[in-house]
Design a protein around this ligand. Structure first.
Ligand code: SF4
Length: 309
C-alpha cells in the first residue's frame, strides 16, 4: 500500500532503471580505497560532522574492484537474478586520486561481465578538469551519473556541519557537469543542526532552479564515531521526530519538478551504527510515514513546484 502511494506520487528511480535497462538493475557498492580529502591527510578538517570514520564504505577498501564486483554479483545471484548491475563507487570521495588511477578503476569496473554502467559519488570541490574530461569520455561509452553531496542549500548550515565547501561550489559543479553532459544526483540531509522544515523547502527550491537530474534524501542520523555523536550525547542538538521528517520530506518532494528522479527517500543505517533517532532503523516505517503524510496533506512530487523546465 505505502509502496503504491509512493510510486504514484513520486518519480522513483526503480521504474526509470527498468525502462532504461529493460529489466532489474542493482547497484553494487564499492570502496576503491581512495579516502576523503576532507579528513586528516586532505584539508585536515576532520570530515563532515555527520560522517562516521568509515564514511559510506563497507571496509573492503583496497580489494581489487573486479573482486568486489564479482562478490556483489554472486551475492545477488543467490537471491534474484538481476538483468544488470551498476558499479557504484560509493565510499568516501570517489574522484580523489590522480586521473590515470581513476581511469583504471572505472575501466576495470566496466570490463566486468554484467556491469552496465557507473555511479560515482564525490564532493563538488573534488573534480578537476582532467577528471571532468575523463567522465565526459566515459559517459559516451556507458551510462554514468555523478552523486554530489550538497546536504543543504544554506551556507550557514554547511559551515555548521563542517562541509568545507559552500553552495556556490556545488552550483558550479552542476553547471560543469551539464556542459559535459553528465547527470547529477544531489545528496540532501533533512534535519541538519539549526535547520527547520522551512530550510529544507528552500533547499528543494534551489535544486528545482538548478534542474538537477536526481535527488537522494534521508533524515539526519547520528552514527557511531561521527563528530555529531559527541554533540548529541552532550544534549546540544536533537533529531527530528519521524513525523516531522515525513512531512518535511513530503513538502520537499512537492517543491521539486515532477521530472526530477528520486533515488532515495530513507536511509538504511544498520542497527550497529545508529545512535539516534531510533526510528531511522525502521526504513519501512519511515516510508509508511512519508506515504501517510503525502496522502494526508494531498501532496505529490511537483505539486508545490514553482519551476517549469
Ligand atoms: S561525507 Fe564525504 S566529504 Fe564528508 S567527511 Fe564523509 S566522506 Fe568526506
Amino acid at each position: 500500500m505505502d509502496g503504491r502511494v509512493l510510486a504514484q506520487r513520486v518519480n522513483l528511480l526503480r521504474p526509470w532503471l527498468q525502462g532504461r535497462f529493460g529489466g532489474e538493475v542493482v547497484k553494487i557498492g564499492l570502496d576503491a580505497g581512495l579516502g576523503c580529502p576532507h579528513r586528516a591527510g586532505g584539508t585536515g578538517a576532520g570530515g563532515c560532522a555527520f560522517c562516521p570514520p568509515h564514511g559510506s564504505g563497507r571496509g573492503q577498501g583496497g580489494e581489487p574492484i573486479a573482486e568486489q564486483l564479482a562478490r556483489g554479483l554472486a551475492r545477488l545471484a543467490g537471491h534474484r537474478r538481476p538483468a544488470k548491475a551498476l558499479a557504484y563507487f560509493q565510499a568516501y570521495t570517489s574522484t580523489w586520486a590522480p586521473v590515470s588511477h581513476l581511469a583504471a578503476l572505472y575501466r576495470q569496473a566496466l570490463a566486468v561481465d554484467g556491469v552496465a554502467g557507473l555511479v560515482i559519488a564525490t564532493r563538488p570541490d573534488c573534480i578537476d578538469e582532467a577528471v571532468w574530461e575523463l567522465l565526459a569520455g566515459l559517459q559516451q561509452r556507458a551510462p554514468l551519473w555523478l552523486e554530489l553531496g550538497l546536504q543543504s542549500a544554506h551556507d550557514r548550515t554547511l559551515r555548521a556541519i563542517g562541509r568545507g565547501h559552500d553552495v556556490a561550489c556545488f552550483d558550479a559543479a552542476v553547471s560543469r557537469a551539464r556542459q559535459a553532459g553528465i547527470k547529477v544526483v544531489a545528496h540532501v540531509i533533512l534535519g541538519l543542526p539549526g535547520e527547520e522544515p522551512r530550510h529544507t523547502e528552500a533547499t528543494a527550491d534551489h535544486l528545482a532552479r538548478l534542474g538537477v537530474w536526481g535527488v537522494k534524501l534521508h533524515n539526519l542520523m547520528i552514527l557511531q564515531g561521527a563528530p555529531l555523536a559527541r554533540r548529541h550525547a552532550a544534549g546540544e542538538m536533537v533529531c527530528w521526530s519521524r513525523e516531522t521528517y515525513a512531512l518535511a520530506a513530503a513538502r520537499f518532494l512537492a517543491r521539486l519538478p515532477r521530472s526530477t528522479l528520486v533515488h532515495r527517500l530513507a536511509a538504511d543505517p544498520g542497527p550497529d551504527r545508529l545512535l539516534a533517532p531510533d526510528w531511522a532503523a525502521d526504513k519501512d516505517g519511515v516510508l509508511a510515514a512519508l506515504a501517510a503524510a503525502m496522502v494526508q496533506h494531498d501532496l505529490e512530487q511537483g505539486s508545490l513546484c514553482q519551476i517549469s523546465h
